[in-house]
Structure formats: C-alpha cells, structure tokens
Design a binder for this molecule. Sequence first.
Ligand SMILES: [Zn+2]
Ligand SMILES: [Zn+2]
Length: 352
Amino acid sequence: MRAAVFHGAHDIRVESVPEPGEPGPGEVLLRPYWCGICGTDLHEYAVGPIVIPTEPHPLTSARAPQILGHEFSGEVAAVGPGVHGLRVGERVSVMPILTCGNCYFCRRGLGHLCVSMGCIGLSFDWGAIAELAIVPARNVTPIPDSMTEIQGALVEPTAVAAYGVDSARVRPGESVLISGAGPIGVLAALYAEALGAAVYISEVNPIRAELARSLAIGEVLDPSAIDVSAHLRDRTGGIGVDAVVECSGNERALHAGFAAVRSAGRITQTGLFTKPASIDPMALAQREITYNGTWCYPLNDWPRIIDLIARKGIPVQKVVTAQIGAEDLVEKGFETLLSPTGNEVKVLVNAR
Ligand SMILES: [Zn+2]
Ligand SMILES: [Zn+2]
C-alpha cells in the first residue's frame, strides 16, 4: 500500500509499504479519509526526529522509519476479535494518543500526561497518511451522518483548542482574547464563540487575519498596527478581558495577553514555544493573574467534541485552506506550510 514515511529531517517519502493485515484482538483496521498536517509533523520534518523514536518506543516498540499522520477520520475496514460497537463501513474519528494505563497519571485520569505516551503516526506501527492503518478500537469514535469526513479529521485540533479555552475557564458572556489565528487559534475562537463568549482575535499575518475575519465571530486585531491591550481595555470599560488563550507561541503575544487581561483574569498557554520567554511575576502577584498551560486534551473528550461540532454546526472546516493527495505531501504540504511566504493555514491529506 501507499504511505507517507518519515525517514529523517527533510526526508519524507511517499512509498510502498506492506499492508497491515487483519486487526488483532481489540483492534480495528481503518481506511483513513482525511488527515491533517500539524505543527508536530512540521517540526519532525524540519529538525526531527524529535518525537519520532529512533530507538524502540517504551510503550509501542515503534521506531523510525515512521508512517506519518495522527489527525484523522476514516472508515472501518475490519474489526478484530472482541471489538464491540464498531461496524465495517462506519465513519469514525480517531483519538491518536496511546497510554500505558498504569503510571501515576494514567491512574488518575490524566492519560495525556502518561510518562510513556505514544501516538499513532508518530510513535506507532501505523499512521493515517496511508491507504490502511490498524489502531486500537478504544481510540475510535463513530461520527454522525451530519458530520463530514473533513470535520472528522478536525476533531483532534478542535479538542486541543477546546481544552485551552476550558482551562482558561471561559464562561458565557465573558470576553476572551485568542492570540494567534493559526488552526488552533481559529478553532479556539469558534469554540469560545459557541460557548457564548465575546471573542477577540489578534494576528499579525494578513492571510490568517483574513481567514479569522471571514468567520465573523469577533473582532480581529492586528498587533503590528494597534496596541491590542489598550484597545481591549477600551472595549471593556478600562478593565481588560476576562481570559486569554495564547495560541501563537510568540513572546510579544504573551506580553500583550498579560497587558490585556483583567485583574483576577486567566491566561492559558496552548501555543507551543520553541524557546524560553519572559513573564512578569509581579503582574501575576499584584493583579492575581492565573497563568497555566495545556498539553493535548483530556483523552475522553472525543464524543463531546464530535457532538458539539455536529449539533451546533461549528464550521471547523473553515480552517482548511488546502486538500491534497499524498503525492503532493512534501511540496504542497510540508514545504508550503514551512515557507515564510506560504499562505496555507491547515492542509489536509488523503492517501487513498
Ligand atoms: Zn498534532
Ligand atoms: Zn501512563
């Protein structure tokens, strides 16, 4: 079968690999539909391997070369022995994280912090940018008829975004600044708006700002043109916003968030920084600001996120700016997403 295989930095090959065969007990064989390329994949391509193991992974024994793809929807092609509640032909969305079930964190329902965490498409025998993939049945949730396969592939980044907004304890009627209008920022804005919050989005990149503006869910601010925190204090009677969800991983945006949030407000760090940044502990103390981080999502959030997208018709698909075939993965996917002049926000791949 055809698959996109990571061999090393700047070395992803779309090549022929052996098919997975029949699923074992507790497993399902999927035919992936769409799969998102995410920041982690880009990092692996640019400077990896980082997450992709070069020695056998402690949980899964997988190691490079690795079939990529972890944000995906698919169709059930076969179910293994002992699998209940999934039928051949059913459309599903996949939660890609694999956990040991036994460590301190797993035993406390915090599997996303598992000490030996693995991930489909990064540290597992199979990935979604392939014609077929075997995954554990417990990672698979059916999607309703009203949900498209593209939306099914966006449950994963939506779960990341939702966790950021939830961690900032955003409530209906509150105001929230989302800094960064990449895929996670846009999805966080859509989720916060669905919760009933007043949403503000800051973004310097004009293409991304335009995409955010097209959603018509809140004011989109250009931090290179205006003082975002002064503007937001102005909008909130001089007080500041109730919450900030930092989705850019940019130090200036973080500082703007501190300046924009009200006293006793909350800032959640969802965007990933690649280097240390400064914060002002005096502001935390004096203004009783809460600053916390989020990693991935609660692993049991798939049914809720799927229901929310389907029932409220949240247009998560609007983050998608390109849909490509596997043959274009490197050129139109990785290279374009990493290019400083590239215009893409979210690229989905289909290896069928
Ligand atoms: Zn990802
Ligand atoms: Zn664990």
